[in-house]
Ligand binder design. Sequence first.
Ligand SMILES: Cc1cc2nc3c(=O)[nH]c(=O)nc-3n(C[C@H](O)[C@H](O)[C@H](O)COP(=O)(O)O)c2cc1C
Length: 456
Amino acid sequence: MATTSPSPSTAATTTHPATADAPSFFSVPKRVPIPPRGVDYRNKIVLAPMVRSGELPMRLLSLHYGADLVWGPETVDRALIGCTTRTNPRTGMLEFTRVPSNSQSASSCTQESVIYRIDPVREAGKLIFQLGTADPDRAVAAARIVAPHVAGIDVNAGCPKPFSTSGGMGAALLKTPDTLVGILKALVADIVPTYQIGVSVKIRILETPAETEALVRRLVGTGITGLTVHCRTTPMRPRERAIRGQLGMIVRVCREAGVACVMNGDVESREDGLRLMGEFGADGAMIATSAEKNPSCFAAMGQQQRAPWEEVARRYLGYAVEVENKFSNSKFSLSQLIPGKAPAARAVHGAKGYGQLVEVLGMEGDKELVRRAEEVDRVLGIGRFLAPPEAKKKNKQNGVLEGDQNQAGKKRKREDGGDEDGKGGRKKPVTEVSVGVAEVEGISQGVTMDKAAVAV
Ligand SMILES: Cc1cc2nc3c(=O)[nH]c(=O)nc-3n(C[C@H](O)[C@H](O)[C@H](O)COP(=O)(O)O)c2cc1C
């Protein structure tokens, strides 16, 4: 995997070996070594972790437009533990799957859920896996499952929603620094030597610079290679402007310890990120909301310039079909990419399958896409392959599974009638990952992470 980092043997050196006693102008900056399969976050403009909006097609789209690295959506340790890793023979994608533990009986609903999906080629050396965890042992057990396939493991210590924090995860870890330090140390001790990738953490700022500094000093001493700071406090809402007053101090503390510091919060484009990095001395910049709306913000083309939404949405659909993305998630992401007032937004909302989306976006001329969309509709049991309600019932009774990579009828119903955005429709569907977490484990975090997506 590609890395721009210095070699491990020299990277930790704080002063040039031959000039250990020489004046400070000979000293080179301290750097925690980047393991050979890992990646240095320095000088990178990266896609933020986003539940719902950070699934594989959006990550591929971001990479296409120039994101240097992509974070996957937070995935809770319990959802990952027990997963099987397989390569989807139709797509070549790596899928982490498991049988839902709450499937009704041995004779029904034994189809596996896809918890996480990776493109082993285009994401090689670029994908950081973000873990939701509150326990060092579980964190390690979960990280081991994905570590051979990703360039880094990141711990979420910033999600403010009660569902996450009530499990001791996310922003709750900011209040239990001993636990957070324990998790990071356990991951560094196990994952770094075994899989040769780095471990990082994503935090929010605390109320006072002194509190933040005390926390950051502890975190950078754990052996992590990177720290991302979302420049909002836990109670702050996404619409409130990011606070940059503490950033200089955080950058300094990270730099002293040789840990890369990535800034996050209201970074709007590559240009904006580079400008802010220059202003505050941060090593990298992370973009969430702007990328969710138009990932061409990663392209080097001027702060306000973006590729037209039509181009972006079509490219997205191509990736979604290619990787057999969960249909409701694709509709959700398209609803973010397409301006609300465009007629296509409504049409996407009403679409029942990928074949229809191809028509909505005017891509019928692409015969290969049409063929593949039809195939994916068949595989997922959506669009014109949607079984009539009576057949669905029978299939369920007979233990026959129709439908998507996840469970059968009940979920498909949500995809058809629900509104991915939660702004209408019968019932708010959840993401593939969230569904996996919720339905597999019967725990609340999965569903709630999905709801949290709007607010974290
Ligand atoms: C839809 C959505 C989902 C998010 N999911 C996560 C997540 O899984 N993990 C995480 O650490 N932060 C998550 N966040 C927070 C972002 O990573 C980021 O910290 C925040 O949006 C601030 O960046 P911005 O100002 O560029 O939007 C999410 C944000 C959004 C908008």
